[in-house]
Design a protein around this ligand. Structure first.
Ligand code: NDP
Length: 321
């Protein structure tokens, strides 16, 4: 089916499934291909009813103001920290994301990154590839045995990580803005206190202003020289320069990082460190899961175009409004 009355603005290059899904059904324009973006929006902005976006482009109130007939911002990914959902709500625009379909994939990756960091799997792989095994055994590593993992953000993904961590024999605790009555793990109202009580800090809370640099020097000092920090959330949650300095000095034991403050730029000081494992933001990045996420981006726009409720509105823009 085609929706000629529902033009869509695509703010950045998207995966082929999304581009084909939108381009085959809706009139569309790629905003990133416009040489004079402001001029284009001033002239054509009133046409658009949908925006399709992702982590590469911010959707703020200035953009919404330029699109007076906008009905939906369909954002790729469960994290929508670059979409100003409150401003959207004030203008009667619904924001959708792609929750649930990626939960297990990200939880798998988080556990894989944890084990890679503590058992030093990438370094062990290098030991074989570089022929170093012929000269001697790989050094013994840290262990998950007897360890406590504090989870910052016991949401959908945090709970899926907790289920996996239980199977690995880890003890668990969590921090969030509020205690969850139905959760069996100890709750810490203070993130520093949780870090003190933990060997591993698993970061999986949303990005955005409310969590910016929430993992600061005091938290990382509480985790300490024997501690392991795993970040699969957003780079903005951690004070990155302080983390780098503490990893260099050994004041923080080790880190497994899937996300960084200024992606794809990664602090080069990290490249030289043996106590880090670095991934290029691949938490949800399997073909299977990315296809499910992409389809959800398209299906949310189709729902609005057909006058149906959006499938996955974010909490700031509930439906019906
Ligand atoms: P949920 O909304 O289900 O869970 C978020 C959790 O974070 C909640 O338990 C919430 O608890 C807690 N939280 C929210 N705000 C704060 C705060 N200010 N301080 C402390 N805790 C807070 O989200 P998901 O589990 O689905 O996803 C979590 C995040 O993971 C996403 O926002 C995204 O940024 C990131 N992500 C990263 C991926 C990657 O590729 N590396 C892939 C997918 C997601 P409470 O309300 O009690 O505070």
């Amino acid at each position: 089916m085609r929706y000629p009355d529902f033009p869509v603005l695509i703010t950045q290059p998207m995966m082929p499934l999304i581009q084909q899904g939108i381009e085959s059904r809706f009139p569309f324009v790629h905003l990133n291909e416009q040489a004079d973006r402001a001029g284009f929006l001033a002239k054509e902005g009133a046409r658009f009813k949908g925006v399709v976006t992702g982590q590469g482009a911010a959707s703020d109130d200035a953009l919404f103001a330029a699109l007076p007939n906008l009905r939906i911002v369909s954002s790729f990914g469960v994290g929508y920290d670059l979409v100003d959902a409150r401003a959207a709500k004030a203008r009667g625009i619904v924001v959708t994301n792609t929750p649930e379909v990626l939960t297990d994939e990200v939880a798998d990756l988080a556990m894989g990154l944890l084990i890679s960091t503590m058992r030093r799997l990438p370094q062990a792989d290098q030991h074989v590839r570089k022929g170093l095994w012929l000269k001697g055994n790989f050094p013994l590593s840290d262990t998950l045995r007897g360890k406590t993992m504090g989870i910052l953000g016991l949401g959908r993904i945090g709970k899926a990580i907790a289920r996996r961590a239980e199977a690995f024999g880890l003890k668990l605790a969590y921090h969030g803005r509020s205690q969850q009555a139905d959760m069996p793990y100890p709750y810490h109202a203070s993130l520093v206190e949780m870090a003190k009580a933990s060997d591993i800090l698993m970061i999986i809370a949303p990005g955005g202003p409310s969590t910016r640099r929430i993992v600061d020097r005091a938290v990382m000092e509480a985790l300490g020289p024997e501690g392991t920090l795993i970040n699969v959330a957003r780079g903005t949650l951690v004070d990155e320069p302080v983390m780098v300095e503490m990893l260099q000095s050994g004041a923080l034991g080790a880190a497994g990082l899937d996300v960084f403050e200024d992606e794809p730029k990664v602090p080069e000081a990290l490249f030289a460190l043996e106590n880090v494992v670095l991934l290029p933001h691949v938490g949800s990045a399997s073909v299977h899961t990315r296809n499910l996420m992409g389809q959800l981006v398209v299906d949310n726009v189709i729902a609005l175009a057909e006058g149906r409720p959006p499938l996955t509105p974010v909490p700031e823009t509930p439906w019906p409004a």
